[in-house]
Design a protein around this ligand. Structure first.
Ligand code: F6P
Length: 563
């Protein structure tokens, strides 16, 4: 168990970062023509170039020494061995078992879980085939061509991201909608678009108790029953993805319409399990399996490659270097592929719910910052929104640039332009532009001296903004699987480096509990209730303001707009 500032490596790393403080990355490139070859590598179809970070041989060796010291290899072994490394929940962490096509047997305690995984995959395969071939139909006998996936967090973000990313692989005539927010507008907006006779509701919830999901699921069931004219239709239009058979049965979904996973699959690592059913329905089982196989290829690399040639380990170490030693305050993930638009949102949960912790495994406070703030948007859109701050803002932000060499939808010179922007941004962020260079450009433009003097300072780019580039041939299911697994293992390694439990999420509980206690205090529409008094004055004030609107003028306005 590490706490970074107390590791023997910390002082060595501090010394390296102090030494490099005045060194420019552009000079590191000038001094070493082989820098790209030295600081890049390929694994599982992904090229990782980390040469534009401020590291050199000595800093890299110090980082590797840290990886050895915190025993990433031992932690990795324990995860793959099914040990209960999620100590606060006493659970194993075995999402790798969901995608192990080398057919290794994984055990949790004495139970062989690989056989369970295979049996459930076979059920998914059979179910998808039956829906696609029309042997399973809706209550009228019509084919089920539409899925409404109802889930939230890990039961929504991963599948939604993958379905969006794999658009070129969508099965003909099929559509999938995702409903997550308890805001009724979300479900209502989707129900408006679908045909009850042809819609399959996939209720995705590990616990089957999550307020948002159960509320949406109940409303969807009422809608279906109302449109289908009876409860009998539910069996034909609802399936559940869960670990909680009792709650699924209590909801009214029979065990044969339930696809199972297990407590050793964390919600944010569950898209590889039955939670991926909506992906398989949209892209076909074969493509879903290719996604799993891609992740497995990354697992094989991660479990066997030496630390210094192991892409998840390298990303983790560089992340720690940029954040804890060089002071980066956030990390941007910038996919130059429109189909990866939801990749940053999925990673936000994987990264921030996993490592957004301030306690070590022992319960003692950490002495350094942990899980980074992660944000991102597809390029080139982000360039016209927030890149200004990354280039010239006062805070250091690290970034991963992700792009395919080939487009899935070649159109004129669009992809060449996309790639040119991708490359230009990483180059500009690294190189920057000195005052001397700025003045040279302005002089070449024959600007008057007073204008040059006034503008020069504003046009300086500091450079040395750390970036990684991740390239691949094109966004296939296998590549997507490898890419997601790369980040999952990076997060795992960073958890080990920071000494935190990456697999629990106690920080989401307090808000959930308080929401339950506040719910009865929100007045039903057109009802007056006694003023709230038991909270702090802000919460009381907000509740009372909401209730006054709901009891009076707000309702009148609503009636006017809907009449
Ligand atoms: O609120 C956080 C969380 O517990 C996530 O970890 C999880 O992915 C999400 O809620 C949904 O949980 P469930 O799948 O049990 O509905």
């Amino acid at each position: 168990m590490s706490d970074l500032p107390n590791t023997p490596s910390w002082n060595a790393l501090k010394a390296e970062s102090d030494r490099l403080a005045t060194v420019r990355v552009r000079d590191l490139f000038a001094d070493n023509e082989e820098r790209f070859a030295d600081y890049s590598m390929e694994a599982a179809g992904l090229l990782l170039d980390y040469s534009k970070n401020k590291i050199d041989e000595r800093a890299f060796s110090a980082l590797l020494a840290l990886a050895e010291e915190v025993d990433i290899e031992g932690a990795r072994r324990r995860m793959f061995a099914g040990e209960r490394i999620n100590t606060t929940e006493r659970r194993a962490v075995l999402h790798v078992a969901l995608r192990d096509f080398a057919m290794r047997a994984y055990h949790v305690d004495d139970e062989n879980v690989s056989a369970l995984v295979q049996a459930e995959l076979d059920r998914i395969k059979h179910f998808v085939k039956s829906v696609h071939e029309g042997t399973l139909t809706g209550h009228t006998g019509a084919r089920l061509n539409t899925v409404v996936n109802i889930g939230i967090g890990g039961s929504d973000l991963g599948p939604k991201m993958a379905v969006t990313a794999l658009k070129p692989y969508w099965a003909d005539g099929r559509s999938t909608h995702f409903v997550s927010n308890v805001d009724g507008q979300h479900l209502a907006g989707v129900l408006d678009q679908v045909d009850p006779a042809r819609t399959l509701f996939v209720i995705a919830s590990k616990t089957f108790t999550t307020q948002e999901t159960m509320t949406n699921a109940r409303s969807a069931r009422e809608w279906l029953v109302a449109h289908a004219g009876g409860e009998d239709a539910v069996a034909k239009h609802f399936v559940a993805l869960s670990t909680n058979e009792q709650a699924v049965t209590a909801f009214g979904i029979a065990p044969e319409n339930m696809f199972r996973f297990w407590d050793w699959v964390g919600g944010r690592y569950s898209m590889w399990s039955a939670i991926g059913l909506s992906i398989a329905l949209q892209v076909g089982y074969e493509n879903f399996e290719k996604l799993l196989r891609g992740a497995h290829a990354m697992d094989e690399h991660f479990r066997s490659a030496p630390l210094g040639e192991n892409t998840p380990v390298l990303l983790a170490l560089i992340g720690v270097w940029n954040q804890n030693l060089l002071g980066a305050c956030a990390h941007a993930v910038l996919p130059y592929d429109e189909h990866l638009a939801l990749f940053p949102a999925h990673l936000q949960q994987v990264v921030m719910e996993s490592n957004g912790k301030s306690r070590l495994l022992s319960g003692a406070p950490t002495e350094c910052s942990t899980g980074p703030i992660l944000f991102g948007e597809p390029g080139t859109n982000g360039q016209h929104a927030f890149y200004q701050l990354i280039h010239q803002g006062t805070d250091l932000i690290s970034a991963d640039f992700i792009a395919p060499a080939l487009s899935q939808a070649p159109l004129g010179d669009h992809h060449e332009k996309l790639l040119a922007n991708f490359l230009a941004q990483t180059e500009a962020l690294m190189l920057g532009q000195t005052e001397e260079e700025v003045r040279e450009v302005l002089e070449a433009e024959r600007r008057p001296q007073d204008e040059i003097d006034a503008l020069a300072a504003h046009k300086i780019f500091p450079g040395d903004r750390p970036t990684n580039a991740i390239l691949f041939e094109k966004l296939t299911p296998e590549i997507l699987g490898a890419l997601v697994a790369l980040y999952e293992h990076k997060v795992f390694c960073q958890g080990v480096l920071w000494g935190v439990n990456s697999f629990d999420q106690w920080g989401v509980e307090l808000g959930k509990t308080l929401a339950k206690t506040i719910l009865p205090e929100i007045a039903p529409l057109k009802n007056a209730v006694a003023p709230a008094t038991r909270h702090d004055s802000s919460t009381n004030g907000l509740i009372n303001w909401i209730n006054s609107v709901r009891a009076g003028s707000g309702v009148a306005e609503e009636d006017e707009t809907t009449s």
